[in-house]
Write a protein that binds this ligand. Sequence first.
Ligand code: PEP
Ligand code: MN
Length: 355
Amino acid sequence: MDFELKKLGLNGLDEKRPLVIAGPCSAETEEQVMDTARQLAAKGVKIFRAGVWKPRTKPGGFEGHGETALPWLQRVKQELGMLITTEVATPKHVEAALGAGVDLLWVGARTTANPFAMQELADSLKGVDVPVLVKNPVNPDIELWIGALQRIYGAGIKRLGAIHRGFSSVDQKLYRNVPLWHIPIELHRRYPNLPIICDPSHIGGRRDLIAPLCQQAMDMGFEGLIVESHCNPDCAWSDAKQQVTPDVLDFILDRLVIRDNIELTESLSSLRKQIDVMDDQLLDLLTKRMRVSREIAKYKKEHNMGVVQTQRYAEILDKRCAQGSLCGMNPDFVRRIYEFIHEESVRQQMEIINK
Ligand code: PEP
Ligand code: MN
């Protein structure tokens, strides 16, 4: 299914890059909402975000004020002339948000991952003309993301966009949610007219990563940015570590270099960074493999066994060559790599045995 889309139609804001959406993770108090929004408006931000219903990993955290907070967003719209947006996860949220004049809805990562919830949301949007942005699911499954977009599109929503907020991963290091840039790039390859907005706050999870991630998103050709900004980030009730003040946001946006006519592609520097990370992982794994190999040598020494067990070596080679071939690599290349690894492994084992 192809998406036949209209522009998001946010007073022409989606005509220029980047489209900027900013505001706190959560609407905490009327004062916090108004204070943040006033500062953002003064910096020229036109679309204000604030979470009203907050999906929290565990119960007991601040789960948002719900409908109580909607009038605060209405004030932002009325007094400051900003467009307002919030996350919706259920038909009740949709009804309440639309009733309060929310201009743009977004669907959170946890909801996108649940087709039942997505279908209910889609059904509640039938016959409504409102722009909807769908975040990627928490897991790196592009089909699930596309499926969620298709459900919303199927409800008749023609003003549709996607938000890239990174993906959960077991070995989180630098990022809170790993960007896996190839996924939004593949989404763009399949649906070139679907606008994609980057959420550096949830990818980075740290203030110092917001600026480089914004620049990277612009270099890759993303349409816009959704950034968490709070009048007093250290005291935020949710996602405190990743929120920046409106001043800092302005500083970051001011320094962005926007190169026009960029297709959504991975920039060379981002590809190189990915290679560096993978090379680190490769060496790390090889080091661990050698360590295990030395443990085996100790065992062989204690039990008076020879270093090279020919049958085991032949099995490893055959198995890995076949696996490499399934992954699209030349089996001879894989064979050579394993021969070298084996050679070094034998050398290290000999050291132990001859000690
Ligand atoms: C948010 O935008 O505050 C949020 C909860 O995001 P996500 O769904 O990406 O976790
Ligand atoms: Mn958040």
